[in-house]
Design a protein around this ligand. Sequence first.
Ligand SMILES: NC(=O)c1ccc[n+]([C@@H]2O[C@H](COP(=O)([O-])OP(=O)(O)OC[C@H]3O[C@@H](n4cnc5c(N)ncnc54)[C@H](OP(=O)(O)O)[C@@H]3O)[C@@H](O)[C@H]2O)c1
Length: 246
Amino acid sequence: MLQHRPHTTVVLAMSADGKIADFKRSPARFGSRVDKAHLEKQIAAADAVLFGAGTLRAYGTTLTVSDPTLVELRAQEGKLPQPVHIVTTHSANLNPEINFFKQPVRRWLLTTTAGSLSWKERLETFHSTLGTRAQECPLEFEQILVFETPTREIDIPAALKHLANIHITRLVVLGGGELVASLVQLDLIDELWLTVCPLILGGNTAPTPVEGKGFLPDLAPKLQLLEVHTVEQEVFLHYRLQRPAD
Ligand SMILES: NC(=O)c1ccc[n+]([C@@H]2O[C@H](COP(=O)([O-])OP(=O)(O)OC[C@H]3O[C@@H](n4cnc5c(N)ncnc54)[C@H](OP(=O)(O)O)[C@@H]3O)[C@@H](O)[C@H]2O)c1
């Protein structure tokens, strides 16, 4: 396991049959207000949140901290009102017109060299068009992070090491299943919050919390249940990933 990296917590809502979205991969809005508040609380505790491009394409926005108590708590800890929102994508094929780019958050892009090109170009055009006024305008991506393996995939361990080096100590992973699968495969997840919601979504193309190739039981990452809360019809499960030394 990579030692020097942020503490990572995955937070997901799923149907009772283990789907994080319907078969059309629509935005997952089936959680209750209590679940949304739970998610917001986790986000408020983070220095940065990380999500896959599929999640951003589905929602077109990201969840910001809006509860004044949580914003105040962050201020007391010397933190800015919102954590950094980091999108992970190989292609960086994102629509610049989506509302995400109008939200009052700092946006970072984690991508490959190829993925970074068009966004770097946009950033340069932005600066050359606005000159010194550019400092007053929100940037599409404040930072473009490129960490690449020799096979031109994103080097996630190197990216997390970099985040730790710049004092991002708590990272909340907001999905989707593909990004979570990469992180689980690399043993880079510490905790998992799963909200089991009272509906059945079914379908063999509907995404689940962990996609990818999957694990055989002998090699499957093992979990320790830390806590369970039931609020009305939803069950909030909090797990820790077990490590060989446990
Ligand atoms: N229920 C919930 O709590 C919840 C939360 C989040 C999302 N969702 C749902 O989940 C669905 C999206 O999940 P998903 O599994 O399809 O998508 P995802 O993991 O959000 O995104 C997949 C995309 O992200 C990029 N990506 C993921 N892992 C990467 C890695 N290791 N390195 C580089 N890029 C990586 C790739 O983008 P490129 O193709 O651009 O290279 C990939 O195609 C949506 O339907 C959404 O509604 C539900």
